[in-house]
Design a protein around this ligand. Structure first.
Ligand code: NDP
Ligand code: 2IT
Length: 448
């Protein structure tokens, strides 16, 4: 396999998977040229073929007594450096292509964290929005009834992603414990009372801001006073906002699938507390924010739009935190033309390939998702360590480790990019550093 065509021919409909593989393939060309033994080892063919994929029926009963059926998935992508590790996504758009792209990205991301975790991903085309707690519980229980036989604390350790937060992890854990008859750290993102780690809810957002701060430091700058555009309003967006506020930045936007809020006065702590209550307790829509901040503007999504107006505001930094391909080439052009010179990706693969090319050609600080959002899985790894030791580290200890690991990831990406003659290109740096660690581990372990 020397080109992406091999992957397209085998699985022609997996567009997102092709996109993720294609980006990595382009970045690693110089490594392939220097290491011709990778060819004999068929290392690329092995990397793009998941070790195992489970697809299963998830039947459940809604509050009206109607039986519903969803499709559940778990991709066990690569276990070269540890048990499969990666989140579960519950969203109506979930399909095999999206989960394979996420699992593929996760393999390299987890390698960058330096913790012993392989890569996996799973989920279902179930939409938790508008469902009662009881419906979500019944769904999670049915999902786990099949999933439990494939996972375990030393085999495969799922966590949250879009649509899977503390509530879902609780229901999933309860059912796992009942079926497996054991209390182990089989999931991460658990609540604090029963094995969760401090800082796990904050980790992806905080880690993303730590990564951004490292990128800025290379130009002798800090986040203080910088105007920032954020998308999403879920876990990642909320804690990106929180850390930006802590560091004196001025965040002015957030969004959900119905539209976005622009608050030119800046989002401060009381406004963020309102947003957290709105999204996490009331499970409301971002449009309701204007009831609390009448000066903010809500713009609904126009289904026919060619670009997202959220990215068309004056700012210095941008933190996409919603979903894949939310920044296209037009959005990327708007960002740089509006003065944005730092983009740090909280969401997975939020920028299209054309958008990325614009960032790289214009020489902005571009933190690719597999590096910039690795804080979430990093603290998941630390949660696994604490569970294995049967003890809990204090908040400061976990935050210090998270910060240290984000700093190391930044350094590794930067040094690797320099070594390969593309200084400042964090994307190439991340792809090469993750790739080399994983494939050398695979080769050490023979043809398996
Ligand atoms: P949440 O479910 O908590 O929040 C997701 C947010 O993004 C919501 O505001 C949601 O709006 C919006 N969103 C989701 N899908 C779409 C869509 N198709 N179009 C428009 N808006 C959308 O998820 P997270 O915050 O956990 O995840 C956000 C991103 O961060 C994802 O890409 C995820 O893979 C990535 N990520 C998450 C990590 C974690 O630890 N949670 C770790 C690393 C990356 P609405 O409510 O209207 O659907
Ligand atoms: O994309 C991701 O890194 C996550 N959703 C978190 C995975 C995890 O195992 O914590």
């Amino acid at each position: 396999m020397s080109s992406i065509q091999f992957v397209i021919d085998r699985d022609p409909y997996e567009r997102e998977f092709h996109q993720a593989v294609s980006e990595v393939l382009e970045s690693i060309q110089p490594v392939l040229e220097k290491n011709i033994h990778y060819r004999r080892e068929a290392i690329l063919e092995r990397l793009v073929e998941p070790e195992r994929v489970f697809i299963f029926r998830v039947p459940w009963v809604d509050d009206q007594g109607q039986v519903r059926v969803n499709r559940g998935f778990r991709i066990q992508m690569n276990s070269a450096i540890g048990p499969y590790k990666g989140g579960l996504r519950f969203h109506p758009s979930v399909n095999l292509s999206i989960l394979k792209f996420l699992a593929f990205e996760q393999v390299f991301k987890n390698a960058l964290t330096s913790l012993p975790m392989g890569g996996g991903k799973g989920g279902a085309d179930f939409d938790p929005k508008g469902k009662s707690d009881n419906e979500v519980m019944r769904f999670c229980q049915s999902f786990m009834t099949e999933l439990f036989r494939h996972i375990g604390p030393d085999t495969d350790v799922p966590a949250g992603d879009i649509g899977v937060g503390a509530r879902e992890i609780g229901y999933l854990f309860g059912m796992y414990k009942r079926l497996a008859r054991e209390f182990t750290g089989v999931l991460t993102g658990k609540s604090l009372n029963w094995g969760g780690s401090l800082i796990r809810p904050e980790a992806t957002g905080y880690g993303n801001v730590y990564f951004a701060a490292e990128m800025l430091a290379t130009r002798g700058e800090t986040l203080e006073g910088k105007t920032c555009l954020i998308s999403g309003a879920g876990n990642v967006a909320q804690f990106t906002l929180e850390k930006l506020i802590d560091l004196g930045a001025r965040p002015v936007t957030f969004s959900d699938s119905s539209g976005y809020i622009y608050d030119p006065a800046g989002i401060d702590r009381p406004k963020l507390d309102y947003l957290k209550r709105l999204k996490n307790v009331q499970r409301g829509r971002v449009s309701q924010y204007v009831e609390f901040c009448p000066d903010a503007v809500f713009t609904p999504v126009d289904p026919a739009r060619e670009y997202n107006p959220l990215w068309d505001h004056k700012a210095e930094c941008a933190f996409p935190g919603a979903t894949q391909n939310e920044i296209n080439d037009q959005d990327a052009r708007h960002l740089v033309n509006n003065g944005v010179y730092l983009v740090s990706e909280g969401a997975n693969m939020p920028t299209t390939p054309d958008g990325i090319n614009i960032f790289i050609d214009r020489g902005i600080l571009y933190g690719p998702s597999k590096a910039a959002n690795a804080g979430g899985v990093t603290v998941s790894g630390l949660e696994m360590s604490q569970n294995s030791m049967r003890l809990n580290w204090p908040r400061e200890e976990v935050d210090k480790r998270l910060k240290g690991i984000m700093k190391d990831i930044h350094r590794m990406c930067r040094e690797t990019a320099e070594r390969y003659g593309v200084p400042g290109n964090y994307m190439t740096g991340a792809n090469i550093a993750g790739f080399v660690k994983v494939v050398d581990s695979m080769i050490d372990q023979g043809v398996v």
